[in-house]
Design a binder for this molecule. Structure first.
Ligand SMILES: Nc1nc2c(ncn2[C@@H]2O[C@H](COP(=O)(O)OP(=O)(O)OP(=O)(O)O)[C@@H](O)[C@H]2O)c(=O)[nH]1
Ligand SMILES: [Mg+2]
Length: 371
């Protein structure tokens, strides 16, 4: 065939495909499209626009390369080799070529790498850095984990108030957080993003723990100040029953363990969440104490979101040292390699995990306004 007839054939082929409603590339007589949760599986091909605008979002260091590859291998094998959601990697310094090549080799999905703006990973001007140094020493003497680390505090503050503002997340509606060295022990044969989107779920967790009180002595007083200034903030009064055993006088430390999170970015981008973060940031506890993003996210989720908008992914087998979530349903064991007897749900320290689903149904409605 000469080049002219190749071109004519190509144009006729494309027109025919459009006319009979087939996708380009399908031959006549091809079987009907394979459906996943009612979605054409073609939408899950690498690079295809997904049913939900979502990605794995990973804050990580170059030195975490091998732990990251391990986590990605498991995510890919258990879920993403079928669904091909992209990955967004974020770092406070530039990623090395070695990190980029090593992680990109783990997936057929799109990968992007971003550096965090300096103002999202540095001391705000109102923080007294000399005093912050003294506080770190004092916490070290008390035996607090990561007491001396400044980078750990920047990490917690970034995850609390800034990750959702990174430009690489601008086109996303949902994110799934992963960390190096975590393990996924069960096949996930449905799309959790789509599951959440269809049900209006804004926040998904696998394990919820009690916080070490010595890392957050003044967090709850700061939250109470905020609530007093913004009495309309609480949309879900029953959520207080998950956070406090004494009607709100003290915080019981219950928090969704945020190294696993699947969340709707609209929740974090809301005016309410931003005002709440701003208030906490001004209070200084990210640096004078060691406030974690887990209690910060969780207190907002418990009070701002309705019960049904927060979902326990009981079926997702997940391990981050030292805690495991392993499905208890015997039928699930065929797709899992974890030991259900070792699941966190059997421990007092993780009782917050099943206390959320046990909350009474919400009786207050309202909308979180988007920024
Ligand atoms: N780029 C960057 N990422 C960091 C830094 N510190 C922590 N991270 C990442 O932030 C996430 C949480 O940090 P971890 O050190 O795992 O904190 P953790 O889960 O509370 O502590 P572990 O129990 O030790 O895992 C991980 O994905 C880290 O790779 C940092 O200084 N720079
Ligand atoms: Mg970790």
């Amino acid at each position: 065939m000469n080049r002219g007839s190749v071109l004519v054939n190509l144009v006729v082929g494309v027109l025919l495909a459009l006319f009979v409603g087939r996708r380009a590339g399908d031959a006549p007589g091809d079987p009907a499209p394979e459906l996943v949760d009612g979605v054409d599986a073609a939408a899950y091909r690498p690079g295809a626009p997904k049913p939900v605008r979502a990605a794995f979002v990973v804050l990580v260091r170059n030195s975490d390369l091998h732990g990251m590859k391990q986590a990605m291998r498991q995510i890919e094998d258990r879920f993403n080799s079928r669904f091909n959601y992209p990955y967004v990697f974020l770092n406070d310094v530039d990623f090395t070529d070695e990190f980029k090549a090593g992680t990109a080799a783990m997936t057929r999905a799109n990968v992007t790498y971003g550096t965090i703006p300096r103002e999202h990973w540095s001391y705000p001007p109102w923080i007294n850095q000399t005093y912050a140094g003294e506080c770190r020493q004092r916490m070290h003497q008390q035996g607090v984990f990561y007491a001396l680390s400044e980078s750990y505090r920047h990490m917690c503050r970034f995850n609390s108030g800034f990750f959702f503002r990174h430009p690489l997340l601008d086109d996303l509606d949902y994110y799934w957080r992963i960390e190096p060295d975590v393990q996924y022990s069960c096949d996930i044969d449905y799309d959790p993003f789509l599951f959440m989107h269809r049900r209006g779920i804004k926040y998904g967790y696998t394990i919820a723990l009690h916080e070490y009180p010595e890392t957050i002595p003044t967090l709850w007083p700061a939250v109470r100040d905020f609530l007093a200034q913004h009495p309309g903030f609480v949309r879900h009064p029953a959520g207080l029953g998950w956070l406090s055993r004494d009607g709100g006088a003290t915080y019981n430390g219950c928090h969704f363990w945020s190294n696993f999170e699947i969340g709707a970015l609209s929740f974090f981008r809301s005016d309410e969440y931003r005002a709440y973060f701003e208030h906490l940031d001004r209070a200084g506890g990210f640096f004078y104490e060691r406030w974690g993003d887990a209690p910060v996210h969780s207190i907002a989720a418990a009070l701002l979101l309705q019960k049904h908008e927060v979902h326990w992914f009981e079926d997702i087998g997940y391990y981050h040292n030292p805690w495991l979530n392993c499905p208890q349903d015997p039928a699930a064991q065929a797709r899992c390699h974890c030991d259900p007897a070792k699941s966190a749900v059997h421990h007092y320290w993780a009782s917050c995990t099943h206390e959320w689903p046990s909350l009474p149904p919400a009786n207050v409605t309202g909308n979180v306004t988007s920024a």
